[in-house]
Design a protein around this ligand. Structure first.
Ligand SMILES: *Cc1c(COP(=O)(O)O)cnc(C)c1O
Length: 217
């Protein structure tokens, strides 16, 4: 457990998959974690973090940014259109673009602001009722729609069902990305990031294995 252990495991998984060292970006998922734990990881030199909620990120990251240079924030949780402008201010990447209406809102903001975070389109690979993301069957059309809006689509993202073998979902996401000419694959969490890397993940989102269990109250 801990940052250095996870980085070591990522390097090994990259090598095992015949991939270049450093080709996988580690997003340290700091949602709900106490500030001391986040600060310890910043002090170790890590700069790439993931948050689930715009509000929570707005509450804690400006203060860290005042003290640590080069912080890169990724939004990995659902985004309401009325929070999109705030998300533009805080995040360098959004991994949860999951519907046309949100894509259109982001396109309008990109015009207004003259910049846009890197975008990952979320695919509901398990076709779960309660989960966000476009269905696999609609993914190609959604990629095309976002490209038509001139959005900087870097790749795809998925969160496999908890009770299924994640590899099938990683393979499916990789296949959809490949046929759409997308290089980015945001997949893999604490319990399965090595398998995700074997299937081509470029961004792994690891929380509890770095920071410890999340204490929700
Ligand atoms: C919380 C979360 C993670 C990190 O989960 P861990 O199991 O703690 O690594 C990754 N991705 C998303 C979308 C999350 O919400």
């Amino acid at each position: 457990m801990g940052l250095n252990d996870i980085i070591t495991r990522i390097r090994k998984a990259e090598a095992d998959a015949g991939r270049l060292a450093g080709s996988v970006t580690l997003i340290a998922v700091s949602k709900v974690q106490p500030d001391e734990r986040v600060e310890a990881v910043l002090a170790e030199g890590h700069r790439c973090f993931g948050e689930n909620r715009v509000q929570e990120a707005a509450g804690k990251w400006p203060a860290f940014r005042a003290r640590f240079d080069g912080i890169e924030l990724h939004l990995i949780g659902p985004l309401q259109t009325n929070k999109a402008r705030q998300a533009f201010e805080l995040f360098q990447a959004i991994h949860s673009v999951d519907r046309p209406k949100l894509a259109r809102t982001i396109a309008r903001l990109a015009q207004e602001e003259g910049h846009c975070p890197d975008l990952f389109l979320q695919v509901n690979t398990g076709e779960e009722e309660q989960k966000a993301g476009v269905l696999p069957a609609n993914a190609d059309a959604f990629v095309a729609e976002c490209r038509g809006l001139d959005l900087p689509v870097k790749g795809l993202m998925c969160i496999p069902p908890v009770d299924e073998e994640p590899s099938l979902h990683f393979a499916l996401l990789a296949k959809i990305a490949e046929r759409n000419g997308l290089a980015g694959l945001s997949m893999g969490m604490s319990n399965d990031f090595e398998r995700a890397i074997a299937f081509g993940a470029t961004h792994v989102r690891v929380g509890s294995a770095i920071f410890g269990e999340r204490a929700y109250d």
